[in-house]
Design a binder for this molecule. Sequence first.
Ligand code: CMX
Length: 432
Amino acid sequence: MEKLLAKVKQRIESLAVELEHLYNDHPDAVIGEITIKNILGGMRGMKSLVCNTSFVDPYKGLFISNLEIPDFEDKTPEEIFFLLVTGSLPDEAELAELKTELSKRSQVPEYVWTTLKSAPKTIHPMTLFSMGIMAMEGDSVFKQKYDEGIPKDDYWKYTLEDSLNLIAKLPALAAGIYRILFMNGEVIESSESELDLASTLTYRLGFNRHNPSFADLNRLYLVLHCDHEGGNVSAFTSRVVNSALSNIYLAASAGLNGLAGPLHGLANQVCLKFITNIHDEYGNRPSVDQVREFVMRTLDEGKVIPGYGHAVLRVTDPRFTSFMKFGDQHCSDSPYLQTVKKLFEVVPDILKTYKGGKVANPWPNVDAISGSLLYHYGMTHYEFYTVMFGISRVLGFCAQNTIARGLHQPIIRPKSVTNSWLKNYLEPHPVS
Ligand code: CMX
């Protein structure tokens, strides 16, 4: 993997030079202030981390380097990983090298299947996914090299080495979990070693595998969820864990455990269930008024509308728009997609005034639509949808942590304070 190593090295060196200049030229510059609202509000909006793999503009959405979603939505996950970790898309030779490397490393060890098959069938697929990755932790090259005493300058190389070993196995691992839980445990072995990540996923899932538009949906799925800068729950968790020099298997698994929450990645499963509930009540073609009624009732029950809102975005998520474009091209008459559209018609207006206008972003995020497309192609086990999200998001974890180790970023350790500390700081006793 000479080409990839050379490009990542170059990227790390240039980022390091920039940071050094910034540090030397502005050592005491203030770039923000911390308010009580920030501390009690989940650190929302506090600029406290450097992440160069991607950036989320509140009004334009995800950027990878200077590319917006319409610029890269037709790429493959391999190209996207290369882009995240090097800052540029690969040329033909670089892509070929990466695909060969991944293909060589794609065999999931037999002990992983034995471990996963021994779990109760009631387990959530995300838990199995996280367990499968954790089970491979003993194979971490970083861990072995660290024990041998490698210099700090080499940490990124072995983080990247582990990353490639992990990413290569994810489609087979995820598809195997699907088959263990939902298809009587018959894991499909790949017969075509040259398959890329998205085709491997499609092939090994087993159903709809000869349908080119399902294969393209899987590709798009693996592209759109890849990264969303550094502060979201899953990426941040993986960064914190890796900053302790816990290897990438431990960091990825930890990040995925955060992704498994309903306010984050699990929202795609919750959204599909939400639509199913609407269809159970009103039939497969509910009217706009019926959808509105269901939404209002959900809010009255004190629940959130899944797939709407975002901590950073203040517009319709461009990932939602990209999936909608796919849906319009391939399955515009799907009842699930139609209900997604009706929700899009009614929810933003309702959320704009809900709780006195407290909802910062009334627009849909990626999870409002992604599951409905999978459902259309026959993947009706919606508990699996967050695993699909997770395969892609690990690309971002790996790229972020490789670069963080290359930049020698220290262990992440913000300071917490007590109520008494805050009271003493804000309301000091007047000196008598
Ligand atoms: N439905 C109802 N209420 C909502 C809401 C929604 N979709 N989105 C936000 N709100 C409410 C919040 O619950 C909060 O109310 P309280 O202060 O009474 O608790 C209020 O509006 C303000 O929240 P906010 O500043 O707009 O949003 P946050 O940054 O705190 O949270 C998010 C962001 C995504 C957790 C929230 O919008 C939400 O829960 N959305 C639904 C779940 C979802 O779609 N998650 C997926 C996000 C994308 C992803 O990570 O994959």
